[in-house]
Design a protein around this ligand. Structure first.
Ligand code: HEC
Ligand code: HEC
Length: 304
């Protein structure tokens, strides 16, 4: 029989290291703790707010799924419209931008009767105006002309009940009558279909108030302090020379938020080119481009 090795430390030997297995219970405990930790974290995916469970992450996100009724539902819908159409200029906080866009928060315009208020997004607004005692002299195109009556009522309800504003909700039926008053006896869909694209585009040009900045029929813009383009919003009669149709549609859809300055150290020019994508429909845009191309004066060839 072999003799067993003697592992007992001898008093004169160096201490030695021998291998051994990790006890199984530590492995099991670690796995259980890991599982419990993951479970706990998953339950509190809304950053430890116990009201929010996966897949929701924030109280705001959850609120958009709550069934709502009446003015609250309308305002919730209006918020979406606001963010996509008005917020770019008036700001998510409703405070506008100094020198470029007046505020809606605390504005006496927002508190006006429904008809006067609805005229602003439907017909546009040209200064000079006073907003809560302060003077402004700018132009807002009819940025809401492409919205449905429901969307319009929703967005106006939202601005009347947000940021501390406390006016009543808007009614869809009011929007119908204001729209009829603003549009007057505009051509019917049937008449529009019979017109040539440039003529239809001319109507689109008026509908969205392009003339408010670019002048009647695009023939000369309003003044735009410190803008590189001769301190004026440019006239549009020569766009045919600078753009092909695809480029023109892309530019109008995108707009130009920051206008190059004549004096780089001077103030930002007050007027900028709004972003029309999502407001003017695709068909309207195409007609609009045909109209702008038709503006180029005939016989204007430089062959002398
Ligand atoms: C491209 C920028 C722009 C967009 C987009 C825009 N506005 Fe305006 N808005 C203005 C400017 C500029 C004025 C000031 C016009 C003036 O001086 O006559 C104004 C004025 C107003 C006013 C009256 C003044 C005030 O501050 O209360 C209201 C109300 C208003 N806008 C509502 C809206 C609503 C609703 C929308 C969205 C449907 C909207 N605006 C989208 C630029 C914009
Ligand atoms: C609030 C004022 C304002 C309104 C409303 C407005 N624009 Fe403009 N637009 C401008 C300014 C400012 C520029 C100059 C941009 C630049 O200098 O980069 C411009 C530039 C343009 C240009 C480019 C011109 C060029 O020579 O390159 C086109 C095209 C144009 N706008 C079309 C339109 C159409 C179409 C509408 C209506 C749907 C419209 N604009 C409404 C302010 C406006």
């Amino acid at each position: 029989m072999d003799e067993q090795p003697d592992y007992r430390p001898r008093s004169d030997a160096e201490p030695t290291v021998t291998t051994d297995c990790v006890p199984i219970w530590i492995v099991v405990l670690a796995l259980v703790l890991l599982f419990l930790g993951a479970y706990y974290f998953d339950l509190r995916s809304g950053w430890f707010d116990t009201r929010i469970y996966s897949p929701y992450r924030t109280p705001d996100q959850l609120a958009t799924y709550q069934p709502q009724s009446g003015a609250a539902a309308l305002a919730a819908r209006g918020r979406t419209v606001y963010e996509s159409v008005c917020g770019l200029c008036h700001g998510s906080d409703g405070l506008g931008k100094p020198g470029q866009v007046p505020p809606l928060a605390g504005s006496d315009w927002v508190a006006k009767d429904m008809v006067s208020l609805a005229r602003v997004p439907l017909a546009g607004l040209n200064g000079p105006i006073k907003v809560s005692g302060k003077d402004w002299n700018l132009a807002m195109a009819p940025m809401g002309a492409g919205l449905s009556d429901t969307e319009l009522a929703a967005v106006l309800t939202y601005i009347r009940t947000s940021w501390g504003n406390q006016s009543g909700a808007c009614d869809e039926s009011d929007m119908k009558s204001v729209r009829a008053a603003v549009n007057g006896n505009g051509p019917s869909a049937v008449d529009l279909a019979k017109m040539s694209p440039p003529d239809r585009g001319h109507i689109v040009f008026k509908k969205y108030g392009c003339f408010q900045c670019h002048g009647p029929d695009g023939k000369g813009g309003v003044s735009n302090f410190n803008a590189k383009t001769a301190e004026q919003v440019p006239s549009l009669i020569y766009v045919a020379d600078g753009y092909n149709k695809a480029e023109l549609l892309a530019f109008i859809s995108r707009g130009e938020r920051v206008i190059p300055r004549k004096n780089p150290n001077g103030p930002e020019p007050p007027h900028f080119m709004p972003k029309w994508g999502g407001i003017v429909t695709t068909n309207e845009l195409s007609d609009l481009a045909d109209f702008l191309f038709s503006l180029k004066p005939k016989g204007d060839k430089l062959d002398f």
